[in-house]
Every structure is written in structure tokens, then in C-alpha cells.
Design a binder for this molecule. Structure first.
Ligand code: ZN
Length: 309
């Protein structure tokens, strides 16, 4: 996605049927929005004003004391890239995926980068980090990739999905379809409630579906994939064992995607294994994630585990 400014947040999830889930009564009221989250400047990121309160104050001496100039993260190159709204350019300006990550986790990036603005590709959403604002709705498009339900994605994520799907086909892994992409807050309410009905309890539903406002699907940056043969596609649950699923597990990072909920990471993510749920983070960060051998996005950013709400 193209953005202009810098901030982020996130949550995982997945539900069978995605946008096709039947309607149910909505959950309780969403968390109130922060009334101070007004435009701090004329800039915004995908329609969301820059929220400078999310960033450290550069005039605060405590934030700058002891920071060696050579250690400075928010250089003019980085802030210029932020102004372009292109997240990949920001990461490149910071020295690449690994350097960007290192700067964020060390706290050196806190004056220009935050992980809770929904419009930047690095945003983190999990059970402890809702989408901010909770009713955030990005601009999305239909990718060229076949989708049985006509799912949409963030434009950069859509292009990256198309490139990955083409590469998988060229590699002989077979066709891949998009089962579910962007889901609005209201659609996620329906999806989650459908899972509560299917699984029989809140606790069981929480292992497979995000509560509204806590889903990466609301960012337009998550894609649930299925293996297809022409227009005939399997289910999400069959994807991990398919040739397409195996290829994606090995190669998705090359196209800017990570498998967000791997096996045996429920203690960190709060979700069961979902080999079909991919999260777009951009090629630079996905490369750093793969090369660093990370299993969860929480570990990548050195954030606390978020197994529960
Ligand atoms: Zn999903």
C-alpha cells in the first residue's frame, strides 16, 4: 500500500467462509476511538491522519540523550521516504528489512515509526493490539487472482498476490485461489459469530477467528488461500497439505508475504495453525523475517506474546 506518514497496529485470524458467513447479532460495542487522534499535520496515511501522539516527541531530551548520531534512525532519507507514503521505500531508506526491524525493536525508530498505524505494511495486529481506529476501512481492489467470492485486497497486497500466484503456477505447484481477503469490521462480526456457532464456544472460536477489530483481514493485508484446479477449489483447511501450500510455505516471503500462524505457535499468537492465512508485510520485511528464521510476527518485533484478549 502507499501511505504517507507512519504508525501501526493488528490481530490475526481466520474463519471459514469469510465474507460468506451468515449474519448474526453483532458483538458488544467496539472500543471507543481515541478522541485525540486528530490530524497532527496535513499529511495522512491512506486516509488516516498522522497521529503524532503515537510517536516519541523529538524535543524530549530524554529521548535524544545518549543517541549517537551514527545511531540515528529517523534520518532525512527515512523521513523523506515516509512523506512519499511508500512503505517499501521507507524500509529501504532505513537500510533494508533487517536494519528497519533492528531500529524499531531497539527503540531508535520511535520518533518516526510506530507499529500501530493501520495503513503501513508493517502494522502489527493481534489479540492485544486492535486495529486503530477500530472501524478502519482501507481502499481495496480486486486482484487478478481467481477468487470464488470476489475478495478484495490492499492494492500493493493484490499485486504481490498476483505475482506469487503466477510464480507458483510457473513453478508447477498448481493454481491458487483467494478464499477471503479484506473483511470489514461488520463482516468480521458476522464471521466471528458464525465461528462461535460452528465451534460451540467463545474459547473455541477464538482459536480460529479474530474478534471484530482484531483481524488482519480488516487491514486488507491478509489473504486466505485455497488450492484450485481451474475454477474448482479446495477448502482453506486443505491448503496446507496441497502442493500449492508447500510451495507457498517455502516461497511466499519472496513476494512480501509471511505465513502468519504456523504450527505450534498458538502460545504466542492465540491461533491454531493456519497455513492458508498469509499476511503481506512487503518484500524487505518478509525477507528479513524468513532469513531470521522467525516463527511469529510477535517475535520478529520482540513484542509480548498475545495468546488471549
Ligand atoms: Zn485469514
Amino acid at each position: 500500500m502507499l501511505v504517507a506518514g507512519a504508525i501501526l497496529t493488528s490481530g490475526g485470524d481466520d474463519t471459514a467462509g469469510g465474507d460468506r458467513a451468515q449474519a448474526h447479532a453483532p458483538l458488544g460495542s467496539p472500543a471507543p476511538l481515541d478522541p485525540t487522534a486528530e490530524a497532527a499535520s496535513d499529511d495522512d496515511v491512506r486516509g488516516i491522519p498522522l497521529r503524532e501522539e503515537d510517536l516519541d516527541d523529538p524535543t524530549d531530551a530524554d529521548e535524544t540523550d545518549g543517541v549517537d548520531e551514527a545511531d540515528e534512525f529517523c534520518t532525512s532519507e527515512v523521513t523523506d521516504a515516509i512523506a512519499t507514503g511508500d512503505p517499501e521505500a521507507v524500509v529501504v531508506a532505513a537500510g533494508g528489512g533487517e536494519a528497519f526491524r533492528d531500529g524499531v525493536v531497539a527503540g531508535r525508530a520511535s520518533r518516526c515509526i510506530a507499529l500501530n498505524h493501520p495503513a503501513w505494511d508493517w502494522v502489527v495486529v493481534n489479540k492485544q493490539r486492535p486495529v486503530e481506529p477500530i472501524d478502519y476501512a482501507p481502499d481495496v481492489i480486486a486482484p487478478a487472482t481467481y477468487s470464488p467470492i470476489g475478495a478484495h485486497l490492499d492494492p500493493a497486497a493484490a499485486a504481490a498476490l498476483d505475482a506469487m500466484v503466477d510464480a507458483a503456477r510457473d513453478a508447477g505447484a498448481g493454481d491458487i485461489g483467494l478464499e477471503s481477503g479484506y473483511r470489514s469490521y461488520d463482516t468480521q462480526t458476522d464471521s466471528y459469530n458464525a465461528q462461535v456457532g460452528l465451534r460451540g464456544s467463545i474459547a473455541e472460536a477464538d482459536l480460529t477467528s479474530a474478534r471484530p477489530g482484531y483481524s488482519e483481514h480488516q487491514l486488507g493485508l491478509a489473504a486466505d488461500l485455497v488450492a484450485c484446479d481451474g475454477a474448482s477449489c479446495g477448502t482453506m483447511y486443505e491448503f496446507g497439505a496441497s502442493p500449492q501450500g508447500a510451495w507457498v510455505a517455502d516461497n511466499a516471503w519472496r513476494y512480501g508475504w509471511i505465513v502468519r500462524y504456523e504450527a505450534h505457535t498458538t502460545g504466542t499468537t492465540g491461533y491454531e495453525a493456519e497455513p492458508w492465512h498469509l499476511r503481506y508485510v512487503g518484500v524487505e520485511l518478509a525477507t528479513a523475517y524468513a532469513e531470521g528464521g522467525y516463527d511469529t510476527y510477535e517475535e520478529f518485533w520482540e513484542l509480548p506474546a498475545a495468546p488471549e484478549y
